[in-house]
Ligand binder design. Structure first.
Ligand SMILES: [Zn+2]
Length: 168
């Protein structure tokens, strides 16, 4: 009992001294945490920079792919074989095999909607046919230098519509 009484202040003393100890330890720990957060923040920043860089790379690749597609459309136009109907790209300035003629493009669907992937169409004049050309896909009129539709474009007439407007 008396031993406990003696040891209690000692304990308290040691608690107090320990209290100061953890205080220092805590400060060290907080600093450590701060450092830890700093590195974590650093990591986050690094990841952010990487992500932005990666996104930029993807966008630039996508853009170059897109421009090369446009470039190909200009430098390698589509030709259609008058006999077989085969559509093929040939480099400008190169030799175009016999029977192939430059294609027009139809941007319409049967129900009069615009489509993203145009259909290459060979004009009848290349087949020595006098009648106007109608798209084999949608059945609408295709002319030389066939216009690319805009937002306000109306679909070209179908063969039946065209014939109704041009009675013989
Ligand atoms: Zn069409």
């Amino acid at each position: 009992m008396s031993g406990m009484n003696v040891s209690r202040p000692a304990l308290e003393g040691s608690d107090r001294s320990r209290y100061r100890g953890p205080g220092i330890f805590e400060a060290n720990f907080t600093m450590g945490l701060r450092q830890f957060f700093d590195t974590q923040k650093g990591k986050n920043v690094a990841i952010g920079v990487l992500a932005v860089g990666l996104l930029a790379a993807i966008i630039s690749i996508w853009n170059s792919l897109r421009s090369s597609e446009t470039e190909m459309a200009v430098n390698e136009p589509v030709f259609v074989n008058a006999r077989t109907g085969e559509a093929k790209r040939f480099k400008l300035g190169g030799k175009i095999p016999e029977g192939f003629h430059p294609a027009e493009f139809c941007y319409w669907t049967k129900d009069g909607k615009r489509k993203d992937k145009p259909t290459p169409v060979l004009l009848n004049k290349f087949k020595d046919l006098p009648e106007p050309t109608f798209c084999p896909d949608c059945g609408r009129l295709v002319v030389a230098l066939n216009p690319v539709p805009t937002e306000t474009s109306k679909p070209p007439p179908t063969e039946a519509e065209w014939k109704a407007r041009h009675p013989k």
